[in-house]
Design a protein around this ligand. Structure first.
Ligand SMILES: *[C@@H]1O[C@H](CO)[C@@H](O)[C@H](O)[C@H]1NC(C)=O
Ligand SMILES: *[C@@H]1O[C@H](CO)[C@@H](O)[C@H](O)[C@H]1NC(C)=O
Ligand SMILES: *[C@@H]1O[C@H](CO)[C@@H](O)[C@H](O)[C@H]1NC(C)=O
Ligand SMILES: *[C@@H]1O[C@H](CO)[C@@H](O)[C@H](O)[C@H]1NC(C)=O
Ligand SMILES: *[C@@H]1O[C@H](CO)[C@@H](O)[C@H](O)[C@H]1NC(C)=O
Length: 666
């Protein structure tokens, strides 16, 4: 009676338990949302006949309970990194080339978020007590170095990173910031970055990434930005959002026939995806929740066209712009999104969206843009254009100058909004200087509109941490308040060039030393797109990113400072001279020794044989040479070792001298 009951119970238990387990497992995933992956591509013609392609991949792992260490889509390497080093926020970028703020824009979300300084830039915020942050930073740089095949581990040294307080990001916290301006960026960095995508570069939008066409471009920046909910209870795994972007500026090679045909060079080049990348999109990455290609055009193009054409109907308002006048798209857009014009704001734009899921292998997506008329427009500029240069000459002193030039956009609508607060233009300057450039911060001078002005009038807030030799770099954070109608402003700082120890010189020291880019941001200006709201927009991570309020930010040039370098050829010269001396002495010594031995042997042989012909011959030879024939029993051999000993002594003396010279000279 009991046995069958027990058996059935057991049976039932066995039958149900895996399901129960499964359900509890899936409940954890379902309770949060599912993991998500979105892929988007934004294409934008630039005023200087180039094309911007901005790939945006977004992976989200929701916070999950206990055994949520396994991910379906989210890259495990990143989630482990976040868990292990308690990273709250991190951004890593690899960039080659310099973003041209004047031509490609300095106010839009892409230039503020995705224009990065050359080389590697890394910053991270940790969720650990302040005294442990440095240890976590060091371990993080080493892990990232391995993950991305780059020399990020050089940022481990305390001379290479700094802790900005308020000028770099508003969010306070345990932030560390470091850059490697001279890092060469290549495919070996791109491949690990692509590996983090669920479809790699095998399907979806990433399949467009043809290496030669990307690296041929004028600018490319690959970026990884992650945020996590690190402050979650211990047993749960924090939610992570990973944003991977690749921004490239490419020159479409315009078909030569059209330029000959039109006879004009001011035509924007017509292009298509296949002409830029050499590939087409043959469908989306199957796992992706959304896969969209956007084409962004500035509205000023349309107004330009209207002026050019002046044919009555407003092409902007009429059905779709696809059939519009000045240009032609090869495909009809699936969605048209307009940016709200903020009181006749110049830079508002229109986005055309194309769903990638509608296309497949046999009918690939090959978006093309063809211009019918020459169109001119200019990108929106940040209120001030910043550039940085070196002054002075020689190997001892110099000065760094940061020059701001008004772009006249401050008096347009976006600036006028801030007229109410006394019309001040706030500028944050964040500058890190390596320790061997000893900056004298008291020598700060300000020139506004070419006139030297007292510092107190314009510098609202300044925080300086001077460099310590071989320990930490110098850091300057400054908040400037300039009048709105300023035309130009310049800051200068004097410095002394330091000396390095012989071990600290990098290879090719004569090239010079890089001072990392300064970060210039405008806290009162936000690069934000107000898109006319639509549910499909809200789901797109790229567009929601565009709609976030971000400070307008730009980077200055990297400076190259020549430092005094020792003459690295001198040890080489010493070695060469020593070797020459050695070679001369040993050569002649061996020569002397060998010749005597040979002569003696010959003589001995000649003496033993006593063949009269040979003796005669040798005597004759000796006569010809003008030497008296030596007798065999003459003790001439005694002098040979004597000469040898003298020679050896001399050689040793010279060697000792050479070694001593080399030792004391270096
Ligand atoms: C960093 O790595 C070292 C060596 O692996 C280890 O001993 C140390 O505990 C790590 N520190 C942190 C904060 O993870
Ligand atoms: C972090 O938590 C907040 C609130 O709990 C949530 O809104 C946000 O989406 C979370 N972030 C991530 C990356 O999961
Ligand atoms: C949002 O976009 C979809 C797709 O184009 C369109 O059908 C819908 O009418 C739009 N909704 C609003 C509120 O504009
Ligand atoms: C955009 O600008 C036009 C012309 O200045 C104006 O008529 C229209 O109302 C503006 N639209 C919005 C949403 O502000
Ligand atoms: C590709 O899509 C077109 C229409 O969009 C459809 O007619 C065709 O059958 C599809 N081909 C394949 C192989 O799925």
């Amino acid at each position: 009676m009991w046995l069958p009951l027990r058996l059935t119970l057991l049976f039932l238990f066995l039958l149900l338990s895996p399901r129960a387990l499964l359900r509890s497992g899936s409940a954890a995933v379902v309770s949060g949302e599912e993991e998500e992956f979105h892929e988007e591509l934004l294409l934008k013609p630039l005023p200087d006949r180039k094309v911007l392609a901005h790939f945006h991949f977004h992976s989200i792992a929701p916070p999950s309970k206990s055994n949520g260490r396994h991910h379906h889509l989210f890259p495990k390497a990143i989630s482990q990194l976040v868990q292990k080093f308690r990273v709250k926020e991190m951004e890593l970028s690899f960039t080659q080339g310099r973003w041209n703020y004047e031509r490609w824009g300095g106010f839009d979300p892409i230039s503020s978020n995705n224009a990065k300084p050359p080389g590697v830039e890394l910053w991270a915020v940790f969720d650990v007590p302040e005294d442990q942050v440095d240890a976590y930073w060091k371990n993080l740089t080493n892990s990232l170095s391995g993950l991305f095949c780059a020399s990020i581990n050089f940022l481990e040294s305390s001379t290479m990173y700094s802790a900005p307080k308020w000028s770099f990001r508003i969010t306070p916290g345990s932030l560390r910031y470091g850059t490697l301006p001279r890092e060469a960026v290549c495919t070996e960095n791109l491949t690990p970055w692509l590996k983090l995508l669920p479809c790699r570069d095998k399907a979806g939008l990433a399949a467009l990434l043809d290496r030669p066409s990307i690296y041929k471009g004028f600018y490319h920046s690959q970026r990884l930005y992650l945020t996590s909910n690190a402050s979650v209870p211990a047993e749960t795994v924090s939610g992570i959002s990973l944003e991977q972007t690749l921004t490239v500026v490419l020159q479409p090679n315009s078909p030569s026939s059209s330029s000959i045909h039109s006879g004009e060079s001011n035509f924007q080049p017509s292009w298509s995806l296949s002409s830029i990348f050499g590939r087409k999109i043959s469908g989306k990455c199957v796992i992706a929740q959304s896969s969209i290609v956007y084409l962004q055009l500035e509205k000023s193009i349309f107004s330009e066209q209207k002026d050019n054409m002046d044919n009555g109907p407003n092409s902007l308002a009429s059905e779709g712009f696809a059939g519009g006048s000045g240009f032609e798209m090869s495909l009809d857009p699936d969605i048209v999104i307009e940016e709200e014009n903020q009181s006749q704001h110049k830079g508002s734009s229109v986005l055309y969206g194309f769903w990638v899921e509608k296309y497949n292998e046999s009918q690939p997506l090959d978006l093309g843009l063809k211009w019918k008329y020459p169109v001119f427009w200019s990108s929106q500029q940040a209120p001030l254009h910043a550039s940085r240069f070196l002054m002075g000459s020689g190997n001892e002193r110099g000065a760094i100058a940061i020059l701001f030039k008004s772009t006249n956009s401050a008096d347009s609508s976006s600036g006028s909004r801030h007229v109410s607060d006394g019309c001040e233009l706030q500028v944050d300057v964040f500058q890190v200087v390596p320790w061997y450039i000893k900056v004298y911060y008291h020598s700060l001078q300000i020139f506004v509109d070419d006139e030297a002005k007292p510092i107190g009038d314009f510098v609202h807030k300044i925080q300086v941490s001077p460099s310590k030799d071989k320990t930490s770099p110098g850091m300057m954070e400054m908040l400037l308040k300039l009048p709105c109608d300023v035309r130009s402003a310049a800051l200068t700082l004097e410095f002394d060039k330091g000396f390095l120890h012989i071990d600290e010189y990098p290879p090719d020291a004569n090239q010079g030393y890089d001072i990392p880019s300064a970060v210039i941001s405008f806290p009162r200006f936000h690069s934000v797109m107000h898109l006319l709201s639509n549910d499909s927009i809200r789901k797109s991570p790229l567009l929601s990113r565009f709609q976030e309020k971000n400070r307008v930010q730009s980077y200055t040039e990297v400076l190259l400072v020549p430092l005094t370098t020792p003459d690295f050829s001198m040890p080489y010269n010493v070695i060469t001279i020593t070797c020459t001396v050695f070679a001369l002495f040993f050569g002649s010594l061996l020569n002397v020794l060998r010749r005597r031995v040979g002569e003696e042997e010959r003589y001995l042989k000649a003496g033993k044989k006593k063949g009269w012909l040979r003796v005669l011959l040798s005597r004759l030879l000796a006569k010809f040479r003008g030497k008296p024939m030596e007798e065999p029993d003459q003790p001439s051999s005694e002098s040979a070792p004597l000469i040898g000993k003298k020679l050896v002594l001399k050689v040793i003396l010279v060697a000792v001298l050479a070694v001593a010279w080399q030792f004391y000279s270096t």
